[in-house]
Design a binder for this molecule. Structure first.
Ligand SMILES: NC(=O)c1ccc[n+]([C@@H]2O[C@H](COP(=O)([O-])OP(=O)(O)OC[C@H]3O[C@@H](n4cnc5c(N)ncnc54)[C@H](O)[C@@H]3O)[C@@H](O)[C@H]2O)c1
Length: 355
């Protein structure tokens, strides 16, 4: 008979938008299945911690994560605060003996990421960054195609995610000391993680990039459905970033991302190119040439299950069965090193070597 694992105790640090819409509903599902119990919900804002705690069977709302970690023993801590709090909360949770799931980007710089990895290793606990796009069925399919060898030798990747007007109008996304940066660390981190993972996680060796702020701090900004709930003078991150990243073995990746750019409509795409075939996200497909003509393969039906749901369930299962996590913290550290290098390159107007 299969061993019945015990009910895991889960705590949430940060109960704002992503926790409310894409983490807690899936922990609640697992709670209903009898696999976890959400025992603590922490947020600085009383109304948020009380509202989200009340949705769970027996969760206590906390105003301080330090007090929460002292007051209970947790198997899993899920961190959904703004980026500045990711590292200190993750380190405290590892030191308290919990496995840690933390929202993207991993932290504010690669030194913080290294400290998070060291704390998790010392505690003998898991650490995973919530790169939910890897868990979507379309990413899973593309990975399957890559692993079949159908691309031949992969040499480069390109990705673009440009919004016409789509600056997050809530939270701390627009403030550098809280979030580190704008679209590069918000949506760029998703696309870079996906491309690098699909390319087989090569080690980055250099990056050259430039970031711009053209819209976010303008009081006349038109931001359509995203709302403008921040004073424009507070906006001190970029709203556009572009970069060329070099990896070991001559691989490269080009990337540009924006929260606001004068383009026709939102563009969200990536390609991984090999000498036998290529893959793309939008339209989703495999592109090659066979029998002297071009061919294009796509898939008629793929699950539309939310990647966040699969990610939360995956993390729970990894803890239950003591299995390795899909998003390795060392891979997230490499992405953070690329981000650090792009900002430095933009500041210093030169290519930065990544060590
Ligand atoms: N994976 C995705 O697609 C995705 C989408 C949106 C946001 N995110 C990430 O999720 C994180 C949160 O984003 P959000 O949109 O939920 O922001 P948000 O501002 O709505 O929520 C953050 C919450 O954290 C709380 N908080 C801040 N400091 C805290 C502390 N010390 N202790 C406890 N709570 C604290 C805030 O009060 C707030 O309620 C960010 O890192 C963001 O990058 C990921």
């Amino acid at each position: 008979m299969a061993k019945q694992s015990r009910v895991l105790k889960v705590g949430l640090i940060g109960s704002g938008a992503i926790a409310r819409d894409q983490h807690l509903p899936y922990w609640r599902e697992l709670e209903e299945e009898g696999r976890v119990r959400v025992v603590g919900v922490c947020d600085l804002i009383k109304e948020r911690r009380e509202r989200e705690a009340a949705k769970c069977a027996s969760a206590t709302p906390y105003a301080s994560y330090k007090k929460m970690l002292q007051g209970e023993s947790f198997d899993i801590i899920d961190i959904c605060t703004q980026n500045r709090v990711h590292a200190p909360a993750a380190i405290a949770a590892s030191e308290a003996g919990a496995h840690v799931l933390v929202e993207k980007p991993m932290a504010m710089n690669s030194r913080e990421c290294e400290a998070m990895i060291a704390a998790a290793k010392k505690a003998g606990k898991k650490l995973m960054v919530a790169q939910h796009m890897r868990f979507e069925a379309r990413a899973e399919k593309l990975k399957e195609v890559v692993e079949s060898g159908a691309l031949g030798e992969i040499y480069t990747a390109e990705t673009k995610w440009l919004r016409r007007r789509g600056i997050p109008g809530w939270g701390q996304f627009h403030i550098k000391k809280e979030s580190l940066g704008g679209p590069l660390i918000d949506i760029g981190v998703h696309m870079m993680d996906l491309c690098v993972w699909l390319m087989g996680s090569p080690k980055p060796v250099a990056a050259s990039g430039k970031v711009y702020r053209k819209f976010g701090d303008r009081p006349d900004l038109f931001n359509a459905d995203w709302g403008v709930h921040y004073p424009a003078r507070e906006f001190d991150v970029e709203d556009y970033a572009t970069a060329l990243i070099r990896f070991e073995k001559g691989l490269t990746m080009q990337m540009s991302v924006s929260w606001a750019a004068n383009v026709h409509d939102e563009i969200e795409n990536m390609f991984i190119l090999g000498d036998k075939g290529g893959i793309g996200l939008n339209p989703l497909g495999y592109f090659s040439a066979d029998h002297s003509s071009l061919s294009h393969m796509t898939w008629d039906w793929l699950s539309e299950e939310d990647g966040h749901r699969r990610e939360v369930r995956h993390f729970c299962e990894c803890v239950e069965k003591d299995q390795p996590v899909m998003v390795k913290p060392e891979e997230s550290l490499h992405i953070q090193k690329i981000i650090d290098a792009i900002y430095e390159s933009s500041r210093r107007n030169k290519e930065i070597i990544i060590k």
